[in-house]
Write a protein that binds this ligand. Structure first.
Ligand SMILES: Cc1cc2nc3c(=O)[nH]c(=O)nc-3n(C[C@H](O)[C@H](O)[C@H](O)COP(=O)(O)O)c2cc1C
Length: 488
């Protein structure tokens, strides 16, 4: 049975702390009931509320909440959820350095394989634990800047509702504990359990849905003070404008001249207004790619780009890959399986050595992700591009059948289809077509790749261009036929 721990801290929001206990306990009951009405129904998980010393916690309003254990008494668990904190007098999340021991405890459990989740400002404790370093994460929009300032090595998404990156879940808003509870149930117990659990929730769980709507309604100018205020205000204006924005328009919105805008941006972020605007827009687009299924064209306009081409250019420049590839990469990452083969061209994510080895092969190497709709290609090496004549942009995110063109009536294709369905290794030779329309014979070897638990992660495809060989065989066949007719 899975164990979910709710981390109680004296300054957390009492409603989030007890709400988490309620929703998880009710959900557990419902899942048990739905799974087997008989008395032998098994508990899918149980919930433990814990605190640093095992004593009741007290919120800022003076309410007291009992717990069942101390953090140290929890030697193993499957998930830990940190609720939101009360904001301090300055409106900011409390100084997390005082929770050093709890941060270390979170780190230890993460290393042992637990899912660690932070709700709203609870995300700051995950930052203190170093769990956000190099990870994509989110928090309440009003604390976005503060989070980035306190934890410089994180990759914070603005406006995203919930993100999971390699067993670290972060969610935006003080009410996000509902989203987080459902997400944790889904991760530990599956989609059906999460669906049953969702029946207990309020339906519309978070304060806003889209990237831009909520903050526009509530935001007040002058929220940010200090050195970064100019930058934050500029960011907010770019994010909230619905159409493309020029440097002149941004200057006007900030009640300053274009020249001053130029100078102050250079000083604050080292960027020109155009680069700055594009970067913020790309950031919005990244979030939309991660959280919506919008087609790229639509998404470009939602993110404030005048046209798709300029969006694609800017996206490549800042994200280092095409939008469709980013979507695939982000999905793989949130499923904890993107680290090895995902497409991001950074040393820590795709080991350079591996790429070099694959690129040095004469044959094509591809990976398809069976967890994504229609099993698209998420990795292709250089020889694959050379053989097919397609650019990476045109390959990633598509099912490889596009190489067959209209020539679908092939016996090998059906064998391939069957083997993929049965998760078996297979080798077939198919007629495929290069980008320029030229036929080539593709000897294709597909191998399913499983993890240690037998979970199917990817299909590995190795492609050999055997056109010369097939051609030679055809010619030999022709010659034989001719010889036979002569001797007849
Ligand atoms: C990793 C991988 C690589 C593949 N590479 C190719 C390929 O190079 N050429 C091709 O025609 N089909 C390729 N396929 C097969 C197609 O994607 C698809 O599975 C096949 O056409 C059968 O499915 P269908 O009948 O739905 O098209 C590959 C499949 C996988 C999983």
């Amino acid at each position: 049975m899975r164990k979910i721990v709710i981390a109680g801290l004296n300054e957390c929001l009492g409603s989030a702390f007890s709400g988490l206990t309620d929703i998880l306990t009710l959900a557990r009951r419902a899942v048990v009931r739905a799974a087997a009405p008989a008395e032998n129904a098994e508990d899918p998980f149980y919930v433990v509320a814990a605190s640093a010393d095992g004593e009741s916690i007290r919120d800022r309003a003076g309410a007291s909440f009992p717990v069942a254990a101390s953090f140290e008494a929890i030697t193993s668990c499957d998930a830990i959820i940190v609720p939101s904190f009360w904001p301090g007098e300055d409106g900011k999340p409390p100084d997390m350095s005082r929770f050093g021991a709890t941060a270390a405890w979170l780190r230890r459990h993460h290393v042992r394989g637990a899912l660690i989740a932070g709700c709203g400002t609870g995300v700051f404790l995950l930052g203190e634990a170093g769990l956000l370093d190099g990870r994509r994460c989110t928090t309440s929009w009003r604390h976005h800047e503060e989070l980035k300032q306190r934890y410089a090595r994180i990759d914070a998404a603005w406006g995203a509702r919930l993100i999971e990156d390699r067993r670290v879940v972060t969610a935006a808003g003080p009410l996000s504990w509902i989203d987080v509870a459902l997400h944790v149930i889904r991760e530990l117990c599956g989609v059906d359990a999460a669906r049953i659990a969702a029946e207990f929730t309020l339906g519309e769980a978070a304060p806003f849905k889209g990237a831009q709507l909520g903050p526009t309604v509530y935001n007040t100018t002058g929220l940010n003070e200090g050195a970064g205020a100019f930058l934050s205000d500029a960011e907010r204006i770019v994010r909230q404008s619905n159409s493309s924005m020029s440097a002149q328009e941004l200057a006007r919105a900030l009640s300053t001249s274009e020249r001053t805008l130029h100078r102050r941006l250079k000083l604050a972020s080292g960027e020109s207004p155009k680069t700055f605007i594009d970067r913020i827009r790309v950031e919005t687009a990244r979030m939309l790619l991660e959280t919506s299924a919008k087609p790229v064209k639509e998404l470009a306009s939602s993110a404030g780009f005048a046209d798709e081409a300029s969006f694609r250019r800017a996206f490549r420049r800042f994200a280092g890959m095409a939008p469709s590839a980013y979507r695939v990469w982000a999905r793989a990452r949130s499923q904890n399986k993107g680290q090895l083969f995902a497409l991001r061209k950074e040393a820590e994510i795709i080991p350079k050595m591996l790429t070099t080895i694959f690129d040095a092969c004469v044959n094509g190497v591809t990976l398809a992700d069976p967890d994504l709709e229609d099993s698209p290609i998420i990795y292709a090496n250089r020889p694959f591009m050379r053989i097919t004549g397609y650019e990476l942009d045109e390959i990633i995110g598509r099912n490889c059948r596009f190489l067959q063109g209209d020539d679908r009536d092939q016996e090998g294709r059906l064998r391939l289809r069957e083997a993929i369905r049965n998760r078996e290794q297979v080798e077939v030779t198919l007629r495929n077509y290069r980008k320029d329309g030229a036929l080539f014979h593709n000897k294709l070897n597909i191998t399913p790749l499983f993890d240690a638990d037998g979970r199917l992660l990817y299909f590995l495809g190795v492609q050999y261009d055997v056109s010369d060989q097939v051609q030679a065989e055809l010619e030999i066949g022709d010659l034989k036929a001719k010889l036979m007719s002569l001797t007849d």
